[in-house]
Each structure stands twice: as C-alpha cells, then as structure tokens.
Design a protein around this ligand. Structure first.
Ligand code: NI
Length: 201
C-alpha cells in the first residue's frame, strides 16, 4: 500500500494476477499519516457485494492477524472508507467473536456505564494507555455484501468496536485518554502491569 494521502480509494490486489485465495498483506500506516486524522467516507452503495470490497475486507482480516491485532480499520491502511475488521479472542467468561468486517457502522451507548481498560493500536506501535469506554453499546452496520447487521456488545468486545469506530472519524485512543499518566511502552507495561499482553487493535 502506498503512503499516499490522496482521497482516492486505492483498492488492494485489484490486478488480474491477484488470486482470490491469497489475501493481500497491507501496509499499516502510523500516526502522522493524514488518513488517520480524516473523517472517512461511507462505503457507497455500488461497492457492496463487489469483488473490490470483498478483497479489501479479506486483506484487512489477513493483515490484522499477521500484525497480531484484534482490529484494523480501513483508514489504518490508508483507505479513507468506513469499514473495519475485528475479532475478540475467547476468554474465561466469553466465547470467541470470530473475525468479521463491519461496514458503515453506527454506534450508540446503552446506559451511562463507562469503564477504563488498556488499549494499544497498530498505528501507534509499542504504546499502551488506559482509556474510558462505554461498557455496553449497540451497533448497526452492513456486511460486505450489504446485509444489515445489528448487535449489542459489552466489555472488551464493546471496547474494540469503539476503538475501531473512532478510526473512521480520525480519532485515536490517545485522544480518549483522560490522563497521560498511564501511557506506557508495552515492554515496560508487560513487566510492571499485572495482566499485560493484550493484542493491539
Ligand atoms: Ni487502532
């Protein structure tokens, strides 16, 4: 993926040689790339169900796993479009949320409960910080094929969704921290913070 700041939609793997069986590994851009600070465009109706959108979605999931993330938004691969990939690993309390892609999502909080949790970001490598998020949210969006999706999410699942949705509005987790006092390099954090070792999103 080029480092272009252009608003042009660059579709990965659009060449005829690209096999559908081999998702492309995309370059994750880091803080300083202008696309990370832009409000992304809604995916237009004509892209739903297209090979272009399917290829981008597959590449987002593939790149997310290759980079050991739990989420990856299109602006993080310099695509100013409103979609992201995410998954939630199994925990003691909750089953895995299998990898999925949400297109044109809209999030609203359910209730007023907020909770702080640690976050990192593939576009802000090696840093961690405590971020307050809504504990429970409702999400509406579309699948890559245009089917309507709606879900309720709690806890870490809700946190991942809020983090990724922020990327679509040019917001990063640093902006949501209420204090910089918890900001930590991950190697120090893993040494000093109990329960360290979560994935980036
Ligand atoms: Ni992120």
């Amino acid at each position: 993926m080029s480092d272009s700041a252009s608003a042009t939609v660059i579709v990965p793997g659009a060449g005829p040689a690209q096999s559908l069986a081999e998702p492309e590994l995309l370059e994750v851009v880091r803080l300083g790339h202008p696309t990370l600070r832009e409000v992304a465009e809604a995916v237009p109706e004509e892209l739903f169900g297209s090979a272009r959108l399917q290829r981008l979605a597959r590449a987002l999931i593939h790149t997310m796993f290759e980079e050991n993330g739990v989420g990856l938004a299109a602006p993080q691969v310099a695509e100013p479009l409103r979609l992201f990939a995410y998954w939630v690993p199994e925990t003691d309390d909750e089953p895995e949320i299998a990898p999925r892609v949400l297109v044109n999502p809209e999030i609203r909080a359910v209730g007023d409960d907020m909770e702080e949790g640690w976050e990192g970001c593939l576009s802000i490598p090696r840093l961690r910080g405590l971020v307050p998020r809504h504990r429970r949210i409702k999400v509406r969006g579309r699948s890559v094929d245009g089917e309507p999706l709606s879900l309720t999410a709690d806890g870490f699942h809700a946190r991942v969704l809020q983090h990724e949705n922020d990327h679509l509005d040019g917001v990063v987790f640093l902006d949501r921290m209420t204090s910089m006092a918890s900001l930590a390099f991950e190697d120090e954090w893993e040494r000093h913070e109990p329960g360290g070792g979560q994935d980036d999103d």
